[in-house]
Design a binder for this molecule. Sequence first.
Ligand code: GRF
Length: 206
Amino acid sequence: MDRQAIAVMASGRGTNLAAILEAANNGKCPVDVRVVISNKVDAPALRIARNAGVATVLFLDPKDYKDRTAYDKACAEIIQNAGCQWIVLAGYMRIISSFFVNHFLNRIINIHPALLPAFVGADGVSDALAYGVKVSGCTVHLVNEEVDGGDILSQAVVPVLNHDNRDTLHQRIQQEEYKLYPQTLTRMIEEGFSIEGRRVIWNESE
Ligand code: GRF
């Protein structure tokens, strides 16, 4: 199976980006990370991408664009010119426009640090902890116009322990993210899927 070019959009530490780059390097995930875009000038994700030799690594400053759509059009042009087939959001802390969602319909994926549809939003880890759930985890999902509301591709479960705080729980969830995100990308490329209602049906040969 040929590698598929992907773009990663990240605002923060970029540890999921690093996990995807590592899986790609080790031949465990058939992707070529061709573009990394960040909306934060100091995002460590940019350094990770440059060190890994990603061809196009860009900070695009939202202040340079008149609105969200203009910003997302600039991103879309870069992503398309590079021939990317999937857009992978990895800690991208910015709401994307309906232009972007529809332009790349069912080709944008995100990872969320909770078991959706529970605990959507910016701090799903704290919200799950505060609610008192005994298991949480992470979810890889297609991106639609609703925040964390797209169809679910995969999930991994992480137990919540008595002594957990936000950081310890998030760290254990992230260990699962580093496996789940590359695995899900691999499955998307090698196996493919169809959508029935809200259900993602993998094209596994049974
Ligand atoms: C992850 O926990 C992910 O689930 C959430 O943002 C965090 C990004 O972490 N969307 P990193 O920047 O990949 O380290």
